[in-house]
Design a binder for this molecule. Structure first.
Ligand code: ADP
Length: 385
């Protein structure tokens, strides 16, 4: 556990003394993290309203963000997923006005950033940390000096800086690397420095721009776990842009799918995984839950009489139910297992099972009635009656 440096007392003090902004209510050590259930009906901390970003270049005009509106709830881990060129980086850079929107509004903690003066914007940015794929650490500064950098810019007194840097080194598990230089660190350690630096000014929001894309799978997991710990412990709202569904699956509470500059769907991660609305979301989900059957098998199965191929999806406690045994005991059908997988969405189990069900139309109807009564999502992929 990387948050060992924070007693519940010191933690409350740490969050209630933000640099230059009002304090916000946050979870204390004894409380549960702000996951989906506690967010229900929660307040949006970030509101993106009719955002448009156009670039003009010699090659012509590009609409990188096309009328995007999104609400991001306080305490959520909000994933924005899309293919390369979809507009992810532009969108996340508009959230702290690193990119100036062509039109629309970005409201963070009640403040419309597009309406602020440069001085007010500098102040508002202290509430929005950011980490990057390539870390962007200052090579001539030690780890501690890198973390101290934003505090020096914010003119925080030296004594306070050194206390704060120590807290942050504990937070990211790098106490023993304070005097090391970036060149002496692994990729995962560099990103931990990036996270500590981004949190130095006690922001409410952390933006992550493909933060794990340069890391190997094991280091990616350790960074995602750190981000989840920080989200739970500090109530930090995290916005992650990524092209990898496994990042979303691991820690996000909500996800928006961006495609060709537009949000094509958006919702709690479980809903999007169980019932994707767009082809692009289905494609992303299939990268981690590949459930396409080989076409020659489908062709062969299509010659069977009185049979259909169904895909059953289940979430949470349903994953441990003996579905097939119960189905076969209750209904007069035969089942041929073609594909199955089980994994987790954050801490919730998510499974998929593809079966060939054999029986006459009445028996198959009865099987569907039974599966529906168990609140399972059932999709008929192919029917050969
Ligand atoms: P993603 O992060 O999803 O890969 P980007 O936000 O980087 O996508 O880019 C979205 C679109 O905007 C792309 O077509 C890209 O070529 C274009 N774009 C991004 N930045 C610029 C820029 N500074 N000038 C011109 N076009 C840009």
């Amino acid at each position: 556990m990387v948050l060992r440096g924070f007693s519940s007392r010191s933690f409350v003090v740490f969050r209630s003394a933000g640099y230059g902004r009002p304090s916000v209510p946050v979870a204390t050590d004894g409380e549960k993290g702000p996951f989906r259930n506690s967010n229900k009906g929660g307040k949006p901390l970030i509101q993106i309203k009719q955002l448009v970003k156009k670039y003009s270049s010699r090659q012509g005009n590009v609409i990188a963000i096309d009328n995007v509106s999104l609400n991001i709830l306080q305490g959520s881990i909000f994933g924005i997923i899309g293919l390369s060129g979809a507009g992810k980086s532009t969108l996340v850079r508009c959230l702290n006005l690193l990119e100036k929107p062509t039109s629309g509004q970005i409201v963070v903690a009640g403040q419309d950033l597009t309406k602020l003066s440069s001085k007010e914007l500098r102040q508002a940015r202290q509430n929005i940390g950011m980490i990057f794929q390539h870390f962007y650490l200052l090579q001539s500064r030690t780890v501690a000096e890198n973390i101290a950098f934003p505090l020096e810019i914010a003119r925080v007194p030296k004594k306070e800086i050194s206390i704060r840097v120590e807290e942050l080194l504990h937070l990211v598990g790098l106490e023993d690397k304070a005097s090391a230089y970036p060149s002496q660190l692994s990729g995962g350690q560099k990103q931990r420095v990036g996270i500590a630096r981004a949190l130095a000014t006690k922001p409410q929001v952390l933006l992550c721009d493909e933060a794990t894309s340069a890391l190997d799978p094991q280091t990616t997991l350790s960074i995602l776990n750190l981000l989840r710990d920080i989200n739970q412990k500090l109530g930090l709202t995290i916005v992650m842009i990524t092209h990898e569904m496994k990042v979303v699956k691991e820690i996000c509470t909500d996800v928006a799918v961006i495609h060709e500059a537009r949000i094509v769907e958006n919702g709690p991660v479980e809903s999007v995984f169980i019932k994707p609305q767009s082809d692009i979301a289905r494609q992303f989900i299939s990268t981690i839950f590949p459930n396409e059957l080989p076409t020659d098998l489908l062709k062969e199965l299509s010659t069977h009489r009185d049979s259909e191929i169904v895909r059953i999806q289940f979430l949470g406690s349903r994953a441990s139910d003996p579905i097939i045994t119960d189905l076969l005991r209750t209904c007069d059908v035969r089942a041929n297992i073609l594909y199955g997988s089980i994994d987790h969405l954050r801490s919730t189990l998510f499974g998929t099972l593809t079966l060939e069900l054999q029986g006459n139309p009445t028996q198959l109807k009865e099987a569907h009635r039974y599966l529906a009564s168990r609140e399972l999502k059932v999709e008929v992929i192919q029917r050969a009656l």
